[in-house]
Design a protein around this ligand. Sequence first.
Ligand code: MG
Length: 376
Amino acid sequence: MELEAINAWQQTTAGREEATLAPYAMHSADSAGRKYPEPSHPYRGPFQRDRDRVVHSAAYRRLSAKTQVFTGELGDYHRTRLTHTLEVASVSRTVSRAMSLNEDLTETLALVHDLGHPPFGHAGEEVLNGCLQGHGGFCHNRHALRIVEELEVRYPEFPGLNLSWEVLEGQAGRISKTAAAQRPLLESQVVEAADSITYDTHDADDAMELGLLTLDELLAVPLWAEAARRVRRQYANLQPSELRRAVLHELIDWQVGDLLSQAGERLASFGVESPQAVRQAPVIVVVSDALAQQKRELEAFLYQRVYRHPEVVRHRQVAQQRLREMFDQFMQHPELLPDRFHQRSFVVGLARCVADYLAGMTDRFAQREYERLFAK
Ligand code: MG
């Protein structure tokens, strides 16, 4: 090829990816495409368009007022579902770039991964799942697919966002990991690992800020103790607040570094050289056994001390009771649903439709809707 032709080729998504991505990365040119075929875009690749569609969706914006672990009433320092999602996207992109994977696909998968959470996080999910027994149940990972395939109405030509097959397949893989016949693409494996890296780190940070845990208690947990040792090797005499921040940075850096070296070794030892080979190989993007063990210890500690903390449980119970009452009220009075949902209930069934409406709410909107329905 002439130099000019090479330059022009490298300006295209396919050319850029061919020049920069590893052979085991998912290349846009090999995508299985979209359910509703669309002409290609003059300067955005398919996964870049997917990412943009998610960012412009209503469900994505609503993550800003949805609970991650702690409800908004508890304070304004801690993570929301949106800031958690952005942390996952940030770590995912770092890992993806370091491994020469498809960053656009990785980022899209990260932005979609928690899109299906109802208000009040897992507490809300538990209620909706209970309400939908006999109607297929409710699972946030599956609901994210309903959102991007059906519930977002943004384009005249098709329902949903019409995302690329690889994004839908990646999200579907989160529903039941044991049932999957094949391994997910590396871009999906990265998001899975990044999710765990971020929540293990930020849940401890948020819990400390809320006064549910002290720094000393966390420093007694092996993962934190090791991170603090690494920090102290670099800096002497840190104040507790400085130590806390430095440990948080170290925790992410350490986990990401460990992940990258493990993944590099596993790629080489399994001889993986294509996305097809990734699907047949054992999981590649994982932390070392020693680190995985320390993460499990931290998670067990957080479970006991944070997720089951009486204050957290009390907020959760109030929210759950209200969601349940709203579900029952809409089941008895479907005419109280917004017209779009009321009409849809004749197609998909009332219980599913009520759950779709409730799941789309932010924490704040759910409170207001509760007051509207039960105004004395
Ligand atoms: Mg998550």
